[in-house]
Design a protein around this ligand. Structure first.
Ligand code: BGC
Length: 243
């Protein structure tokens, strides 16, 4: 079975067709810029444009950068505030004409890693963190997801963790790899104190540059780049739609 996986991010909306038996991307990958302001109307229009580019009429799995409960967005950190309370799933189905499933974007990335990537076969506590515009988190125990964990909002440095250590902060503040990784280490220490994961998987765009910062990382847990790097959200959204 094939599902169109879509990952709505703070900067780009990306998509690809995924074989949910193997977790492999079986089409080209396409992306459009996330419209600003990222209002429901503008974002859904861009997603529908992407669906049309694939000439797709089948099932769509969509990762969304907010707490998602029963298809409804409950928060809006890096998207327009007007998303709060919007039934993302219903809106997407109505506008695209496809059967759609919506999940938190980091939960999607974690699902891909648990089913087909670095977390495959691991039964202990496995944490996937996505480092991008914000910090996403997905916690698994015995292969089961505890959804909507928002570790990016842990209090840190008189603010919240994602304003201190997300990948976008490195760019915005012009931090060196070493300085940014020091910030990430402060965040990881907090996370480890709270959750004691056995394995931490780091995803998001920056994970494809892991050679640049892994040497500076400090963690008690085993720590690894995501197998799917920045594609984990696409693959995982497709997996979610078929689960
Ligand atoms: C959101 C999370 C999301 C993460 C990564 C955060 O700002 O609150 O829900 O998973 O960004 O996109």
């Amino acid at each position: 079975m094939q599902v169109l996986g879509i990952d709505i991010g703070g900067s780009f909306i990306k998509g690809a067709v995924v074989s949910i038996e193997t977790g492999q991307i079986v089409s080209e990958r396409l992306q459009v810029v996330t419209p600003q302001p990222a209002t429901p109307e503008a974002v859904i229009e861009s997603v529908c444009h992407l669906v049309a580019l694939f000439n797709w009429g089948g099932v769509v799995g969509c990762g969304f950068p907010a707490v998602i409960q029963g298809g409804v967005a409950k928060t809006a950190a890096n998207i327009d505030a007007s998303w709060v309370g919007v039934h993302v799933q219903e809106l997407l189905e109505k506008k695209s004409g496809c059967h759609c499933f919506v999940v938190n974007d980091a939960d999607a990335a974690g699902l891909a890693e648990i089913q087909f990537g670095q977390g495959k076969g691991r039964v202990g506590t496995v944490l996937t963190l996505t480092l991008g515009t914000g910090i996403g988190s997905a916690l698994f125990f015995q292969g089961r997801l505890i959804p909507n964990l928002e570790l990016g909002f842990l209090p840190l440095n008189e603010g919240v963790a994602e304003h201190y250590a997300a990948a976008a902060v490195k760019t915005k503040e012009g931090l060196s790899w070493q300085l940014w990784t020091q910030r990430l280490n402060v965040f990881l220490a907090q996370v480890e104190r709270l959750l004691c994961p056995e394995l931490i998987i780091l995803g998001g765009g920056i994970s494809s540059e892991h050679e640049m910062f892994f040497p500076y990382l400090q963690a008690q847990a085993e720590i690894t780049p995501a197998r799917f790097f920045n594609q984990a959200g696409i693959v995982g959204a497709a997996c979610f739609a078929s689960s």
